[in-house]
Ligand binder design. Structure first.
Ligand SMILES: O=C(O)CCC(=O)C(=O)O
Ligand SMILES: [Fe+2]
Length: 371
């Protein structure tokens, strides 16, 4: 979550239907603003066992890394390295976060989204901003919209919080989010230690340089859509974070997350009690492109709804970023420029989601010789 963007001139996003209300009142209507151009329409997840097992994101057992003997640790670190390098995504099991806590955050989040619209609108996301209830990343009247309702909140440091936007209904929401965020924060720090090791770096390399880290949460609720073949739940994008932790709704909800691998949209099958981790743009830059942030999107389902609770973990805004010198040499020339993380965050939240385009901000453009 970035410092509040300066909105100048004011943004006109036009009328935005609330998709949950649409679903209730006009269940088969899909307004034009939600209908994607042909090229953007989704290929829907199949549940065919062969397609999913041939292409499923790797699973990392965190207990092997944290408590395993030398051999297990070494094996799992190698697996982590290949997961980050080849997929940019993995699911983590035995992560140490209580099942009850995962269930509680899911419960309060679901309860929030099920409130009447007037209640949710007490926490409005103003056009062009990224906190509160509504649609983020919409900047014009003619922009296509995602079939999704969001509640996005800055969590850490406290100065990025807007307490007026933290729901007081359901009453346990705030406390549950605090407890959940503390646990997810520790998980991110642990994962960053092993990710550093997997790159041959000192295990504290990332945690030490990140300063006063920034943590934000986005809760995405995707109601069913009568034409999932025409809409997207969330537009293709990579995350601006260092790491993202995604909790998918429990069994019974639909498969909705897809990641772009070798030009194919691969569905991520939810695993019981697992968390989905992905590499964000910041780790791509720090590793000089060795570990890349991967484009992903969400699709909707005809009958089932879906919830995702997403935590973004990033360095402090004041931290200067650029490829780590240890990962730059003659064979790996520097691919990204140096910049301040606050600048990147601002750039990220003032542009619509458009695949990996946002990261052009940091890429060093190589000159094509015309001779
Ligand atoms: O809902 C999902 O599965 C994707 C969410 C996501 O990518 C995000 O919020 O950045
Ligand atoms: Fe994302």
């Amino acid at each position: 979550m970035a410092p509040a963007p300066n909105i100048n001139p004011p943004i006109n996003v036009g009328h935005i239907d609330d998709v949950q209300e649409l679903r209730k009142t006009k269940p088969i209507t899909v307004p034009e603003r939600y209908v994607r151009d042909m090229a953007q329409r989704p290929t829907l997840a199949t549940s065919s066992p062969c397609s999913s097992s041939a292409m499923s994101i790797p699973v990392i057992d965190l207990s092997e890394l944290v408590e395993g003997g030398e051999d297990e640790v070494q094996r799992e670190v190698l697996k982590l390295a290949s997961s980050c390098e080849e997929w940019g995504f993995f699911q983590v099991i035995n992560h140490g976060i209580d099942k009850e806590l995962l269930e509680s955050i899911e419960k309060v989040t679901t309860e929030f989204f099920m409130l009447p619209l007037e209640e949710k609108q007490k926490y409005p996301m103003a056009p062009g901003t990224i906190q509160g209830y509504g649609h983020a990343f919409v900047f014009s009247e003619d922009q296509k919209l995602d079939w999704c309702n969001m509640l996005a909140l800055g969590v850490e440091p406290h100065c990025i919080r807007n307490p007026k936007l933290w729901p007081t209904n359901p009453p346990e929401f705030r406390e549950t989010l605090e407890t959940y965020s503390t646990s997810i924060r520790k998980l991110c720090q642990t994962l960053l230690r092993f990710i550093a090791l997997s790159l041959g770096l000192n295990q504290d390399r990332f945690n030490e340089m990140f300063g006063v880290t920034v943590q934000a949460v986005r809760m995405n609720y995707y109601p069913p859509c009568s034409r999932p073949d025409l809409v997207l739940g969330l537009s293709p994008h990579s995350d601006g974070s260092a790491l993202t932790v995604l909790q998918q709704g429990a069994a019974g909800s639909s498969v909705g997350l897809q990641i772009l691998k070798d030009n194919i949209w691969v569905p991520v099958q939810p695993l019981e009690n697992a968390l989905v981790i992905n590499i964000g743009d910041t780790i791509e830059v720090l590793t000089n492109g060795k570990y890349k942030s991967v484009e992903h999107r969400a699709v909707t389902h005809k009958e089932k709804d879906r919830l995702s609770i997403v935590t973004f973990y990033a360095p402090g805004y004041e931290i200067e970023l650029g490829p780590l010198p240890e990962l730059v040499d003659k064979n790996h020339p520097c691919m990204y420029r140096r910049y301040n993380h606050g600048e990147y965050s601002r750039h990220y939240v003032t542009n619509k989601l458009q695949g990996k385009k946002t990261l052009d901000f940091a890429k060093i453009q190589t000159q094509v010789s015309t001779n």
